[in-house]
Design a protein around this ligand. Structure first.
Ligand SMILES: [Fe+2]
Length: 173
């Protein structure tokens, strides 16, 4: 299945390169392809759509092996704690600073914060399927964030982990 909402030349080249694969891509392979594409903010123009109530996921293309989205984050918007449920994820920051909080598990299965990282414009981030984290924009009020996300295989059902649970169990999104 392929689904494309339209692209400019640079984004179209990235989508064409990814469409050639009939198997899931590994993190380093996906990172190299996205890095080589040199996508910049203006290349994502038509996919830059914000939602003032929550971070916005704007689909660019998808096949059975990979999907591409542009995510738009107003200041203060952050994802739920989640993993990638079997998908590899590569994120490129197109503008702004992305903030990531990583989590680890205690021997009892509880999630605890491990590290906070900040990624500037142009940074490339790779996450594996079992990495548990939050991504978002916790920057000053006038600092929007736009990120390009490539998942392989497509992220169908990421596991979300609400902090309100004492023993955290994944909820299918
Ligand atoms: Fe993620």
């Amino acid at each position: 299945m392929q689904n494309e909402l339209g692209t400019d030349d640079t984004m179209s080249k990235l989508c064409s390169a990814l469409r050639c694969y009939s198997r899931p891509l590994g993190a380093e392979q996906l990172k190299a392809i996205v890095g080589d594409a040199c996508i910049q903010l203006h290349d994502a123009g038509r996919y830059i759509q914000f939602d003032d109530t929550q971070y916005a996921r704007n689909p660019v293309m998808s096949t059975s092996q990979v999907e591409v989205l542009v995510l738009c984050w107003r200041p203060g918007q952050i994802s739920p704690i989640h993993d990638h449920a079997g998908s590899t994820c590569v994120v490129q920051v197109l503008t702004g600073t992305a903030n990531e909080i990583t989590y680890t598990r205690t021997a009892k299965g509880l999630l605890i914060p491990l590290e906070t990282r900040s990624y500037p414009t142009r940074a490339l981030i790779a996450s594996n399927d079992t990495d548990t984290h939050q991504l978002g924009n916790i920057n000053p009020a006038d600092s929007d964030l736009v990120t390009l996300h490539c998942y392989s295989p497509p992220l169908v059902q990421m596991h979300r982990f609400p902090l309100s649970q004492t023993v955290l169990r994944p909820l299918l999104s």
